[in-house]
Design a protein around this ligand. Structure first.
Ligand SMILES: Cc1ncc(COP(=O)(O)O)c(C=O)c1O
Length: 362
């Protein structure tokens, strides 16, 4: 079957170079070879995330760490900030972990605002909040710095942040933000195959985790810290993915992080311009659009052009590209296009040409 290039918002296209790194000869995870591998990428990860804390490698998708964070850090009640499918689901997951949880729900397409979080935290009921920085289902980016600034006012509240579809595409200075957990799966803006998550936890989070009785083993933050000090992981990690992560990190720093962030902004704007050229509006509230994907309004909200999203997807697929036909309750009434990972202005121009061609038949 000919390969259809991925422009869905994760997993995204994986390069030949990354696949090659993934196929490096196997090594044991308790030997010096693995310690050298993790030891080499640790400072790169710390640099990428702006932290002096150790960055952990979790052999799981993002949900493992998202659930783990709740199990490690919620003792009283968690405030789940909800603005789309993934952030809404974190509320269900918190309850499934047996935690007291409250929803801070806004309309899909709206961001989470610091004032709303402040109002809730002022009740004193919560010892943790969950926030998704870039809600992938709606293509909406919440103002992380504004929300993180509340940590100073509520130092005992654990700020748990999912940057699944923004990490590596925008600057995320963990220590400067002052939050407690920052996590991502690596099949999105890292452009690795699915199967690995990375995360970092504050000293306060680690201290609190140590007092949590039912935090389990596989996602025990204390175990991650103890092992990471020795450049190891608590259990057998996905070593091929870690080789591939090493290769990706070398690429990130060869390109330069600022250049990488600028590239994502440029390629994202190309998609915005395409949408405007065809009379579409965007789904997110103005000023809060993601820079890694574009969620095009296709009837979910008033205004703008409406097309048969399934037909558009099919026509674009015939031209060699997979785009997303919308997620959850906005499937079809939105569609999504990713510019995450390795995409350049040249490769995005190819997608846009295919979209332009497809639009002629709609
Ligand atoms: C923002 C966000 N958080 C969490 C997830 C869940 O990730 P996974 O299914 O890889 O665990 C996704 C998946 O698309 C996501 O976009």
């Amino acid at each position: 079957m000919p390969h259809v290039k991925l422009h869905i918002p994760g997993p995204v296209e994986v390069s030949e170079k990354t696949f090659k790194a993934l196929c490096s000869p196997m090594i044991g995870h308790r030997g010096q070879g693995f310690k050298d591998l993790y030891g080499k990428i640790q400072p790169q990860l710390q640099n990428l995330l702006g932290t002096r804390q150790l960055v952990y490698l979790s052999t799981s998708s993002a949900w493992g760490v998202m659930e783990g964070a709740v199990r490690n850090l919620v003792q009283k009640k968690v405030l789940n900030c909800m603005c789309g499918a993934f952030s809404d689901k974190w509320f269900d997951v918190s309850k499934k972990c047996g935690k007291a949880a409250e929803a801070l729900q806004v309309d899909w397409g709206s961001p989470i605002r610091a004032e709303a979080v402040d109002q809730k935290l002022a009740t004193g009921e919560f010892d943790a909040i969950t926030l998704i920085h870039n809600e992938t289902s709606t293509g909406t980016m919440s103002p992380l710095a504004d929300i993180a600034a509340l940590k100073k006012k509520y130092p005992d509240v654990m700020f748990i942040v999912d940057a699944v579809s923004s990490m590596t595409a925008v600057p995320l200075g963990f220590d400067a933000l002052g939050i407690d957990v920052l996590l991502a799966g690596t099949q999105k803006a890292f452009a690795l195959p699915p199967g690995l998550a990375v995360f970092v936890a504050s000293p306060a989070a680690l201290a609190k985790a140590a007092t949590a009785k039912d935090r389990g083993y596989y996602f025990d933050f204390v175990e991650f810290e103890k092992n990471a000090r020795e450049s190891m992981t608590p259990s057998t990690p996905a070593i091929p993915h870690i080789y591939a992560l090493g290769s990706k990190l070398d690429e990130f720093f060869a390109e330069g992080l600022d250049a990488r962030y600028a590239r994502h902004r440029k390629t994202n704007k190309m998609v915005h311009d395409w949408a405007a050229r065809h009379g579409f509006t965007l789904f997110p509230e103005k000023g809060f659009e993601s820079v890694t994907l574009t969620c095009v309004n296709n009837g979910a909200k008033p205004g703008g052009r409406i097309v048969d999203a399934a037909k558009l997807q099919k026509l674009v697929k015939e031209r060699g590209f997979l785009i997303d036909g919308g997620y959850g309750k906005i499937k079809g009434t939105t569609f999504r296009l990713s510019n995450m990972g390795d995409e350049t202005e040249a490769t995005m121009a190819q997608l846009i040409a295919a979209l332009d061609e497809a639009m002629k038949s709609l």
